[in-house]
Design a protein around this ligand. Structure first.
Ligand SMILES: Nc1ncnc2c1ncn2[C@@H]1O[C@H](COP(=O)(O)OP(=O)(O)OP(=O)(O)O)[C@@H](O)[C@H]1O
Ligand SMILES: [Zn+2]
Length: 676
């Protein structure tokens, strides 16, 4: 079965070492931060809002004004000395008198304005009134209004002009340079590795991957000697897709192609195109190709192309993914647009070809797929050799041994192991990195840090032991179950118990094998029920896998008696949203079949366990005591495995206990954190 081990892939992802992706070029000497522009603009707007807001002012005649003052209806007066105008605030209790019906409207701003006749100044008039009647009117002379109004009229224009100049300079690659600020959202974030900058990556740096290297060798030739191909009328391919799990060296390979051909290398991640602004993705794509054409011949590498290249929706979700689709369309247009002899070759990486839009894979686009797989034993040796080069090791370190310890590791994981080992040795103040450091590094990367200090009650420990012993016992007695390598109840990372199995390398899996696997997975829960009488949450991971397996067998592989030879799998990757491809009654049948299949295997697990209850009990006791058991312990208890066991062969031929790809972990509920 392809992808028979989804768990492992997840682990892989999690422990992928962090490394710089295609980051945008942020210019450190940027003299002018773009946020200043925002700040100034918003201040102007706020200012305009407050000052430009006209108070609702009622104009009155001079004679009315005099009357109001005489009747003491005015609270204060501001005299604008440079204009022949005075503004007066009306006492609230007089508002209705002054404003009449409109009092409500003027209520908040009870101001009146009056033109001062040239014959008699307001101030003199007010002075007289004050003196004669003793009213307390505050008078203020104001000259600022003039300045303000001038500023307010011209400031926006000034700002716009400054802003404009600044913008033009930026667009011409002025002080800020390209790649920074808001006006560069449409610029691609591609990272350029020019041919003369830094050490070149070549095929020597890429270990293993011999088939992939052979295939890309041709691209190197295209780039080096295009004439050889075009003279015969052939067209140089525009792109190739590197397909494989994370960390297997896709980026490295693409870089090596550029290095071998000695051409510039643009690197960008698919997710860098996608931004929340509409149209930005498409404009970034245009920009990327414009840059690439300028530098041609060159390689453009798009990592994680699935971020933009996912199949365009069949089900119209009312424009939810429009932006991504526009970006994808632009990419397709650009790929069609440039001539096949322009010297730009696009390499893209993905680990999900199945979800890519079919248009991307059509002839003339990414019509070649190059598989970059997880390394096998020999490849792992080579990768170790590459990454051990810079490390000071002593003679106890044996590459062959290391490669055997790391099945299922990707190139990135191996790089990580080497680095980790060096760190561990440094922590222990060693002069050289020793074999033990590598073993610890491998262990650490497999299971996260050992957490011996995690508080687990004796009862919980017993439950974990019984659960794990259940898996172990069943895997011993089921013909097709993967042979067990070791089981531990030492908590590592999140898992409280774990079992390692040797996976058999098989391309197709029979129904019997799948059923046995399910049975072994159910062994943990079955042992809990049989020997503790209480079931726990520790089996969640097991149950999830069993349920998925059963659904897969019934709906994809057509392996149930009631629904034989039917597959509702859609390899085109489109998901069914509104309509299932089967009827309601079939859906019920599927559910019933899944339940039946799991129930059968569970009964089988319980039956087998009760037959070997004594051995199981011994196993659980050893586990409790030693926290770890190996295949040999099982042999001592149960005798030779009834079926020729690959694990035994391997264990005999190799003294080391190989770690293995298949790891079944169980999570039990953590004990409550003691409150301090
Ligand atoms: N075959 C290999 N030989 C040597 N080193 C490798 C190999 N594969 C991976 N590595 C190491 O792992 C690192 C990460 O690999 P790379 O970035 O090429 O993986 P990738 O397949 O592109 O991953 P992703 O799909 O997540 O982008 C490399 O920088 C290199 O150090
Ligand atoms: Zn389990």
């Amino acid at each position: 079965m392809e992808n028979s081990n989804p768990n492992h892939q997840d682990n892989n992802k999690a422990r992928k070492p962090g490394r710089p992706g295609g980051l945008g070029n942020t210019n450190p000497n940027q003299p002018f931060n773009v946020y200043w522009i925002y700040a100034i603009l918003s201040m102007v707007l706020i200012g305009m809002f407050f000052f430009g807001q006209n108070k609702n002012i009622k104009r009155v005649d001079w004679s009315d004004f005099q009357e109001y003052v005489n009747d003491n209806r005015i609270e204060s007066v501001v005299v604008y000395s440079n204009k022949d105008i005075a503004e007066a605030k009306v006492r609230p209790e007089s508002a209705s008198y002054v404003f009449g019906e409109n009092a409500g409207r003027f209520g908040a701003n009870p101001f009146i304005q009056v033109n001062i006749p040239s014959t008699q100044g307001t101030s003199e008039f007010l002075d007289t009134v004050k003196r004669e009647k003793g009213y307390d009117i505050k008078v203020r002379f104001d000259t600022t209004s003039e300045i303000w109004s001038m500023l307010l009229t011209f400031a926006p224009f000034l700002l716009i002009i400054v802003f404009w100049i600044w913008m033009m300079r930026r667009m011409q690659g002025g002080p800020g340079g390209a790649g920074s600020g808001i006006f560069s959202v449409g610029k691609s974030k591609a990272q350029l590795f020019d041919k003369d900058a830094g050490p070149r990556v070549t095929f020597k740096d890429v270990a293993g991957l011999s088939e992939a290297k052979e295939e890309v060798q041709e691209i190197v030739e295209f780039l080096k000697h295009p004439g050889n191909y075009t003279s015969l009328g052939g067209k140089i391919p525009k792109g190739a897709l590197l397909v494989g799990p994370p960390g297997t060296g896709k980026t490295l390979l693409a870089k090596a192609v550029a290095g071998e051909a000695n051409v510039p290398f643009f690197s960008i991640s698919g997710s860098d195109f996608v931004e929340m602004f509409v149209g930005v993705g498409a404009s970034r794509v245009r920009d990327l190709f414009r840059q690439a054409k300028e530098k041609s011949p060159c390689i453009v590498f798009i990592d994680e192309i699935d971020a933009v290249g996912r199949a365009r929706g069949k089900n119209v979700n009312f424009g939810s993914n429009d932006e991504r689709e526009n970006t994808l369309n632009q990419l397709l247009t650009e790929m069609d647009g440039f001539g096949s002899n322009s010297g730009v070759i696009i390499l893209a990486a993905t680990n999900r070809v199945d979800i890519l839009d079919k248009a991307l894979l059509r002839a003339g686009r990414f019509d070649r797929q190059i598989y970059v797989e997880l390394p096998d034993l020999n490849d792992r040796k080579d990768i170790f050799k590459v990454h051990l080069r810079p490390i000071k090791i002593d003679e106890s370190v044996d590459v062959d041994f290391l490669a055997r310890q790391t099945p299922g590791f990707s190139g990135a994981d191996i790089a990580n192991v080497c680095n980790e080992a060096a760190l561990i040795a440094a922590r222990n103040k060693k002069k050289f990195v020793e074999r033990d450091d590598f073993i610890s590094a491998v262990d650490r990367i497999i299971g996260g840090l050992e957490k011996k200090n995690k508080i687990i009650t004796q009862e919980e420990k017993k439950a974990i032991a019984i659960h794990e012993a259940g898996h172990a016992t069943l895997s011993w007695f089921l013909e097709h179950a993967n042979p067990l390598v070791k089981v531990t109840i030492v908590p590592r990372g999140k898992a409280l118990g774990a079992a390692w199995y040797l996976p058999e390398e098989r391309q197709i899996t029979t129904k019997d094998q799948m059923l046995d696997e399910m049975c072994a997975l159910l062994g943990g829960r079955a042992a809990e029920e049989l020997f503790i009488g209480k079931i726990s949450s520790g089996a969640m991971n097991d149950l999830e896998r069993v349920t998925k397996q059963a659904y897969g067998m019934i709906t994809y592989l057509g392996m149930s008696d009631k629904l034989p030879n039917l597959s509702y799998y859609d390899s085109s990757g489109q998901e069914y949203t509104f309509q299932k491809p089967f009827s309601e009654s079939t859906a019920e049948l599927i559910d019933a079949e899944v339940k039946r299949m799991i129930a059968e295997q569970y009964d089988r697990a319980k039956e087998l366990l009760s037959r070997h209850a004594e051995g199981h009990g011994q196993l659980a006791r050893i586990l409790l005591e030693k926290e770890i058991i190996y295949a040999e312990n099982l042999e001592q208890i149960f005798g030779k495995r009834p079926w020729a066991s690959r694990s035994q062969e391997i264990l005999q031929s190799n003294e080391e206990k190989p770690h293995s790809e298949k790891e079944v972990t169980d999570t039990l509920p953590l004990p409550p954190v003691p409150s301090e």
